[in-house]
Design a binder for this molecule. Structure first.
Ligand code: PEP
Ligand code: MN
Length: 337
Protein backbone atom coordinates (compact mmCIF):
# COMPACT_ATOMS: atom_id res chain seq x y z
CA UNK A 1 0.00 0.00 0.00
CA UNK A 2 1.26 3.49 -0.79
CA UNK A 3 0.24 6.58 1.16
CA UNK A 4 0.49 9.84 -0.77
CA UNK A 5 0.63 12.76 1.64
CA UNK A 6 -0.90 16.18 1.08
CA UNK A 7 1.42 18.81 -0.50
CA UNK A 8 1.42 20.86 2.71
CA UNK A 9 2.01 17.91 5.05
CA UNK A 10 4.04 18.85 8.11
CA UNK A 11 6.90 16.93 9.70
CA UNK A 12 4.71 16.33 12.75
CA UNK A 13 1.96 14.85 10.55
CA UNK A 14 4.45 12.52 8.85
CA UNK A 15 5.66 11.33 12.26
CA UNK A 16 2.03 10.82 13.25
CA UNK A 17 1.26 8.79 10.09
CA UNK A 18 4.34 6.61 10.66
CA UNK A 19 3.36 6.15 14.31
CA UNK A 20 -0.17 5.08 13.37
CA UNK A 21 1.10 2.62 10.74
CA UNK A 22 3.46 1.09 13.31
CA UNK A 23 0.68 0.90 15.89
CA UNK A 24 -1.23 -1.19 13.37
CA UNK A 25 1.68 -3.66 13.44
CA UNK A 26 2.87 -2.59 9.97
CA UNK A 27 6.14 -1.14 8.71
CA UNK A 28 6.40 2.38 7.21
CA UNK A 29 9.02 3.44 4.68
CA UNK A 30 9.18 7.23 4.12
CA UNK A 31 10.21 8.36 0.61
CA UNK A 32 10.87 12.08 0.30
CA UNK A 33 10.55 13.47 -3.24
CA UNK A 34 11.19 17.09 -4.21
CA UNK A 35 7.41 17.87 -4.12
CA UNK A 36 5.75 15.07 -2.22
CA UNK A 37 6.34 12.62 0.57
CA UNK A 38 5.17 9.07 -0.12
CA UNK A 39 4.97 6.47 2.61
CA UNK A 40 5.17 2.80 1.70
CA UNK A 41 3.22 0.56 4.07
CA UNK A 42 4.63 -2.92 4.33
CA UNK A 43 2.85 -5.91 5.84
CA UNK A 44 0.06 -8.38 5.12
CA UNK A 45 -2.11 -6.73 2.45
CA UNK A 46 -5.38 -7.94 4.04
CA UNK A 47 -4.45 -6.34 7.35
CA UNK A 48 -3.45 -3.08 5.65
CA UNK A 49 -6.62 -2.94 3.59
CA UNK A 50 -8.91 -2.82 6.61
CA UNK A 51 -7.05 0.04 8.30
CA UNK A 52 -8.50 3.54 7.81
CA UNK A 53 -5.24 5.00 6.48
CA UNK A 54 -6.96 7.68 4.40
CA UNK A 55 -8.50 9.08 7.60
CA UNK A 56 -5.13 10.05 9.11
CA UNK A 57 -4.50 13.84 8.96
CA UNK A 58 -2.03 14.78 6.21
CA UNK A 59 -2.92 11.79 4.00
CA UNK A 60 -4.17 12.71 0.53
CA UNK A 61 -4.75 9.25 -0.92
CA UNK A 62 -3.93 5.59 -0.49
CA UNK A 63 -3.13 3.16 -3.32
CA UNK A 64 -3.21 -0.61 -3.18
CA UNK A 65 -0.21 -2.26 -4.79
CA UNK A 66 -1.63 -5.79 -4.65
CA UNK A 67 -4.99 -6.92 -6.03
CA UNK A 68 -7.60 -7.77 -3.38
CA UNK A 69 -8.49 -11.05 -5.11
CA UNK A 70 -5.95 -13.80 -4.66
CA UNK A 71 -7.56 -17.16 -5.33
CA UNK A 72 -9.14 -16.16 -8.65
CA UNK A 73 -5.89 -14.66 -9.95
CA UNK A 74 -3.49 -16.62 -12.19
CA UNK A 75 -0.86 -18.45 -10.12
CA UNK A 76 1.62 -19.44 -12.80
CA UNK A 77 0.26 -22.95 -13.37
CA UNK A 78 -2.06 -23.65 -16.31
CA UNK A 79 -5.61 -23.15 -15.00
CA UNK A 80 -7.54 -26.42 -14.93
CA UNK A 81 -10.85 -26.47 -16.81
CA UNK A 82 -14.07 -26.49 -14.81
CA UNK A 83 -16.24 -29.55 -15.48
CA UNK A 84 -20.00 -29.45 -15.75
CA UNK A 85 -20.90 -33.13 -15.57
CA UNK A 86 -18.33 -34.61 -17.92
CA UNK A 87 -17.92 -31.46 -20.02
CA UNK A 88 -14.71 -29.48 -19.44
CA UNK A 89 -14.96 -25.71 -19.90
CA UNK A 90 -11.82 -23.61 -20.22
CA UNK A 91 -9.61 -26.03 -22.15
CA UNK A 92 -8.48 -23.23 -24.43
CA UNK A 93 -9.44 -25.28 -27.48
CA UNK A 94 -13.15 -25.88 -27.20
CA UNK A 95 -15.94 -23.33 -27.25
CA UNK A 96 -18.67 -25.04 -25.22
CA UNK A 97 -22.30 -24.26 -26.00
CA UNK A 98 -24.73 -24.14 -23.08
CA UNK A 99 -28.30 -23.86 -24.25
CA UNK A 100 -31.92 -24.44 -23.33
CA UNK A 101 -34.99 -22.49 -22.34
CA UNK A 102 -35.04 -19.59 -19.91
CA UNK A 103 -37.52 -21.48 -17.70
CA UNK A 104 -38.40 -25.14 -17.45
CA UNK A 105 -42.10 -25.13 -18.31
CA UNK A 106 -42.96 -28.81 -18.79
CA UNK A 107 -41.20 -32.11 -19.39
CA UNK A 108 -42.26 -32.12 -23.06
CA UNK A 109 -41.07 -28.55 -23.65
CA UNK A 110 -37.71 -29.21 -22.02
CA UNK A 111 -37.06 -32.52 -23.72
CA UNK A 112 -37.95 -31.24 -27.16
CA UNK A 113 -35.68 -28.18 -26.78
CA UNK A 114 -32.90 -30.30 -25.27
CA UNK A 115 -32.93 -32.71 -28.21
CA UNK A 116 -32.79 -29.90 -30.76
CA UNK A 117 -29.98 -27.97 -29.05
CA UNK A 118 -28.01 -31.19 -28.54
CA UNK A 119 -28.36 -32.08 -32.21
CA UNK A 120 -27.19 -28.58 -33.10
CA UNK A 121 -24.02 -28.95 -30.98
CA UNK A 122 -24.88 -27.82 -27.43
CA UNK A 123 -23.14 -29.83 -24.71
CA UNK A 124 -24.80 -28.49 -21.55
CA UNK A 125 -28.53 -27.92 -20.94
CA UNK A 126 -29.73 -24.86 -19.08
CA UNK A 127 -33.19 -24.21 -17.62
CA UNK A 128 -34.50 -22.25 -14.66
CA UNK A 129 -36.67 -23.94 -12.02
CA UNK A 130 -36.39 -21.04 -9.54
CA UNK A 131 -36.75 -17.82 -11.54
CA UNK A 132 -35.65 -14.34 -10.40
CA UNK A 133 -38.51 -12.26 -11.83
CA UNK A 134 -38.79 -8.49 -11.57
CA UNK A 135 -42.47 -8.82 -10.70
CA UNK A 136 -43.74 -11.12 -7.95
CA UNK A 137 -46.79 -11.78 -10.14
CA UNK A 138 -44.72 -13.24 -13.01
CA UNK A 139 -44.08 -16.98 -13.42
CA UNK A 140 -41.66 -17.97 -10.65
CA UNK A 141 -40.59 -21.37 -12.02
CA UNK A 142 -41.73 -24.94 -11.34
CA UNK A 143 -39.43 -25.45 -8.36
CA UNK A 144 -38.60 -29.09 -7.59
CA UNK A 145 -40.82 -30.36 -10.44
CA UNK A 146 -38.64 -28.33 -12.81
CA UNK A 147 -35.50 -29.87 -11.30
CA UNK A 148 -36.97 -33.34 -11.79
CA UNK A 149 -37.71 -32.57 -15.44
CA UNK A 150 -34.14 -31.39 -15.88
CA UNK A 151 -32.74 -34.59 -14.37
CA UNK A 152 -35.05 -36.76 -16.47
CA UNK A 153 -34.00 -34.87 -19.58
CA UNK A 154 -30.35 -35.37 -18.68
CA UNK A 155 -31.03 -39.11 -18.39
CA UNK A 156 -32.58 -39.13 -21.86
CA UNK A 157 -30.11 -36.87 -23.67
CA UNK A 158 -26.88 -37.24 -21.72
CA UNK A 159 -26.63 -33.43 -21.40
CA UNK A 160 -25.45 -32.23 -17.97
CA UNK A 161 -27.66 -29.53 -16.46
CA UNK A 162 -27.21 -26.08 -15.03
CA UNK A 163 -29.92 -24.29 -13.10
CA UNK A 164 -30.21 -21.17 -10.98
CA UNK A 165 -30.16 -21.09 -7.20
CA UNK A 166 -31.69 -18.00 -5.60
CA UNK A 167 -31.92 -19.01 -1.95
CA UNK A 168 -29.55 -20.82 0.41
CA UNK A 169 -32.54 -22.87 1.62
CA UNK A 170 -32.84 -24.48 -1.83
CA UNK A 171 -29.24 -25.70 -2.05
CA UNK A 172 -29.87 -29.22 -0.74
CA UNK A 173 -32.70 -29.90 -3.17
CA UNK A 174 -30.91 -28.38 -6.17
CA UNK A 175 -27.75 -30.36 -5.36
CA UNK A 176 -29.82 -33.55 -5.60
CA UNK A 177 -30.49 -32.88 -9.29
CA UNK A 178 -28.10 -30.37 -10.88
CA UNK A 179 -24.57 -30.59 -12.31
CA UNK A 180 -23.86 -26.86 -11.98
CA UNK A 181 -25.34 -24.05 -9.89
CA UNK A 182 -26.06 -20.71 -11.53
CA UNK A 183 -25.92 -17.54 -9.46
CA UNK A 184 -27.96 -14.98 -11.36
CA UNK A 185 -27.03 -11.38 -11.96
CA UNK A 186 -29.39 -10.18 -9.24
CA UNK A 187 -27.65 -12.32 -6.64
CA UNK A 188 -24.03 -11.67 -7.57
CA UNK A 189 -23.51 -9.84 -4.29
CA UNK A 190 -25.70 -12.04 -2.12
CA UNK A 191 -22.78 -12.91 0.08
CA UNK A 192 -24.52 -15.54 2.19
CA UNK A 193 -25.53 -17.36 -1.00
CA UNK A 194 -21.98 -17.08 -2.35
CA UNK A 195 -20.56 -18.57 0.86
CA UNK A 196 -23.10 -21.38 0.81
CA UNK A 197 -22.36 -22.40 -2.80
CA UNK A 198 -18.68 -22.07 -1.90
CA UNK A 199 -19.21 -25.11 0.31
CA UNK A 200 -21.00 -27.09 -2.42
CA UNK A 201 -19.37 -29.92 -4.39
CA UNK A 202 -20.96 -28.54 -7.58
CA UNK A 203 -19.34 -25.99 -9.92
CA UNK A 204 -20.84 -22.50 -9.91
CA UNK A 205 -21.57 -20.27 -12.88
CA UNK A 206 -21.46 -16.74 -11.45
CA UNK A 207 -23.20 -14.09 -13.52
CA UNK A 208 -22.04 -10.51 -13.45
CA UNK A 209 -24.45 -8.20 -11.61
CA UNK A 210 -26.53 -5.68 -13.53
CA UNK A 211 -24.41 -2.80 -12.23
CA UNK A 212 -21.31 -4.64 -11.09
CA UNK A 213 -17.79 -3.71 -12.03
CA UNK A 214 -15.37 -6.40 -13.14
CA UNK A 215 -13.58 -6.00 -9.83
CA UNK A 216 -16.82 -6.63 -7.91
CA UNK A 217 -17.46 -9.75 -10.00
CA UNK A 218 -13.99 -11.00 -9.09
CA UNK A 219 -14.51 -10.30 -5.40
CA UNK A 220 -17.77 -12.28 -5.52
CA UNK A 221 -15.93 -15.18 -7.16
CA UNK A 222 -13.29 -14.87 -4.45
CA UNK A 223 -16.03 -15.45 -1.83
CA UNK A 224 -16.88 -18.80 -3.44
CA UNK A 225 -13.27 -19.90 -3.80
CA UNK A 226 -12.41 -18.81 -0.28
CA UNK A 227 -15.01 -21.26 1.06
CA UNK A 228 -13.20 -24.09 -0.69
CA UNK A 229 -14.98 -24.44 -4.04
CA UNK A 230 -12.44 -23.81 -6.84
CA UNK A 231 -14.89 -24.59 -9.65
CA UNK A 232 -16.24 -21.21 -10.65
CA UNK A 233 -17.14 -19.98 -14.14
CA UNK A 234 -17.46 -16.23 -14.67
CA UNK A 235 -20.32 -15.09 -16.88
CA UNK A 236 -20.60 -11.76 -18.66
CA UNK A 237 -24.30 -11.22 -19.30
CA UNK A 238 -24.54 -7.51 -19.98
CA UNK A 239 -24.61 -4.53 -17.67
CA UNK A 240 -26.98 -1.63 -17.25
CA UNK A 241 -25.90 1.54 -19.04
CA UNK A 242 -27.71 4.64 -20.30
CA UNK A 243 -28.56 2.77 -23.51
CA UNK A 244 -32.25 1.92 -23.84
CA UNK A 245 -32.25 0.39 -27.32
CA UNK A 246 -31.11 -2.96 -25.90
CA UNK A 247 -31.99 -4.85 -22.72
CA UNK A 248 -28.42 -4.57 -21.42
CA UNK A 249 -25.03 -3.63 -22.82
CA UNK A 250 -22.97 -6.75 -23.40
CA UNK A 251 -19.53 -5.81 -22.11
CA UNK A 252 -17.21 -7.79 -24.33
CA UNK A 253 -14.33 -5.74 -22.88
CA UNK A 254 -14.70 -7.99 -19.87
CA UNK A 255 -13.74 -11.15 -21.79
CA UNK A 256 -10.02 -10.52 -22.45
CA UNK A 257 -9.71 -8.76 -19.09
CA UNK A 258 -11.20 -11.68 -17.16
CA UNK A 259 -9.06 -14.10 -19.17
CA UNK A 260 -5.94 -12.13 -18.25
CA UNK A 261 -6.71 -11.36 -14.61
CA UNK A 262 -8.11 -14.72 -13.53
CA UNK A 263 -7.61 -18.45 -13.82
CA UNK A 264 -11.35 -19.05 -14.26
CA UNK A 265 -13.21 -19.92 -17.47
CA UNK A 266 -15.24 -17.11 -19.02
CA UNK A 267 -18.77 -17.65 -20.29
CA UNK A 268 -20.67 -15.08 -22.33
CA UNK A 269 -24.47 -14.88 -22.34
CA UNK A 270 -25.43 -12.80 -25.39
CA UNK A 271 -29.12 -13.61 -24.85
CA UNK A 272 -29.57 -11.46 -21.75
CA UNK A 273 -26.68 -9.26 -22.85
CA UNK A 274 -28.52 -7.69 -25.77
CA UNK A 275 -31.99 -9.11 -25.16
CA UNK A 276 -33.14 -8.78 -28.77
CA UNK A 277 -33.52 -12.01 -30.69
CA UNK A 278 -32.40 -10.59 -34.04
CA UNK A 279 -29.02 -9.44 -32.74
CA UNK A 280 -28.08 -12.30 -30.43
CA UNK A 281 -26.20 -14.22 -33.17
CA UNK A 282 -23.89 -11.29 -33.95
CA UNK A 283 -22.97 -10.88 -30.29
CA UNK A 284 -22.48 -14.63 -29.89
CA UNK A 285 -19.99 -14.60 -32.77
CA UNK A 286 -18.22 -11.56 -31.34
CA UNK A 287 -17.93 -13.30 -27.96
CA UNK A 288 -16.18 -16.27 -29.58
CA UNK A 289 -13.80 -13.94 -31.38
CA UNK A 290 -13.13 -12.17 -28.06
CA UNK A 291 -12.03 -15.43 -26.46
CA UNK A 292 -15.03 -16.77 -24.51
CA UNK A 293 -14.64 -20.34 -23.24
CA UNK A 294 -18.37 -20.98 -23.49
CA UNK A 295 -21.59 -19.33 -24.62
CA UNK A 296 -24.95 -19.53 -22.88
CA UNK A 297 -27.83 -19.03 -25.30
CA UNK A 298 -31.57 -19.35 -24.64
CA UNK A 299 -33.60 -21.42 -27.10
CA UNK A 300 -37.37 -22.02 -27.14
CA UNK A 301 -39.38 -23.99 -29.66
CA UNK A 302 -42.44 -21.79 -29.20
CA UNK A 303 -41.16 -18.38 -28.07
CA UNK A 304 -44.52 -16.65 -28.31
CA UNK A 305 -45.84 -18.99 -25.63
CA UNK A 306 -42.70 -18.93 -23.45
CA UNK A 307 -43.38 -18.21 -19.78
CA UNK A 308 -40.24 -16.04 -19.51
CA UNK A 309 -37.89 -14.29 -21.92
CA UNK A 310 -39.75 -15.36 -25.06
CA UNK A 311 -38.72 -12.11 -26.78
CA UNK A 312 -35.09 -13.09 -26.67
CA UNK A 313 -35.31 -16.83 -27.31
CA UNK A 314 -33.87 -18.22 -30.53
CA UNK A 315 -35.92 -20.90 -32.25
CA UNK A 316 -34.04 -24.19 -32.76
CA UNK A 317 -33.49 -23.62 -36.52
CA UNK A 318 -31.88 -20.23 -35.91
CA UNK A 319 -29.74 -21.72 -33.15
CA UNK A 320 -28.64 -24.49 -35.49
CA UNK A 321 -27.66 -21.96 -38.15
CA UNK A 322 -25.86 -19.88 -35.52
CA UNK A 323 -23.81 -22.89 -34.39
CA UNK A 324 -22.64 -23.35 -37.98
CA UNK A 325 -21.36 -19.76 -37.95
CA UNK A 326 -19.89 -20.15 -34.44
CA UNK A 327 -17.87 -23.08 -35.76
CA UNK A 328 -16.49 -20.87 -38.54
CA UNK A 329 -15.49 -18.05 -36.17
CA UNK A 330 -14.00 -20.55 -33.71
CA UNK A 331 -11.91 -22.05 -36.52
CA UNK A 332 -10.74 -18.58 -37.55
CA UNK A 333 -9.31 -18.02 -34.04
CA UNK A 334 -7.77 -21.50 -33.83
CA UNK A 335 -10.50 -23.16 -31.79
CA UNK A 336 -13.42 -25.51 -32.31
CA UNK A 337 -16.85 -26.30 -30.89
C1 PEP B 1 -31.26 -16.46 -16.80
O1 PEP B 1 -30.17 -16.99 -17.10
O2 PEP B 1 -32.35 -16.87 -17.20
C2 PEP B 1 -31.23 -15.22 -15.98
C3 PEP B 1 -32.25 -14.87 -15.22
O3 PEP B 1 -30.11 -14.53 -16.15
P1 PEP B 1 -29.56 -13.19 -15.43
O4 PEP B 1 -29.38 -13.54 -13.99
O5 PEP B 1 -28.27 -12.96 -16.15
O6 PEP B 1 -30.57 -12.11 -15.67
MN1 MN C 1 -33.76 -15.77 -19.20
Amino acid sequence: MLIITQPAVTGAQIDHIVGRVEEFGLKAEVLRGSHRVVIGVIGPEDLIREKPLAAIPGVESVFAVMKPYKLVAPNGAAPPPVRIGGVPIGTGQKVVLISGPCSVESKEQLLSIAISVKNAGARVLRGGAFKPRTSPYSFQGLGEDGLRFLAETRAETGLPIITEIMDTRDLAVIEKYADCLQIGARNMQNFSLLKEVGRSRLPVLLKRGLSATINELLMSAEYILSEGNPNVLLCERGIRTYETMTRSTLDLNAVPILKAKTRLPVVVDPTHGIGLRDYIPQMALAAVAAGADALMIEVHDDPERARSDGDQALVPEVFQDLVRRIRAVAAAVGRDV
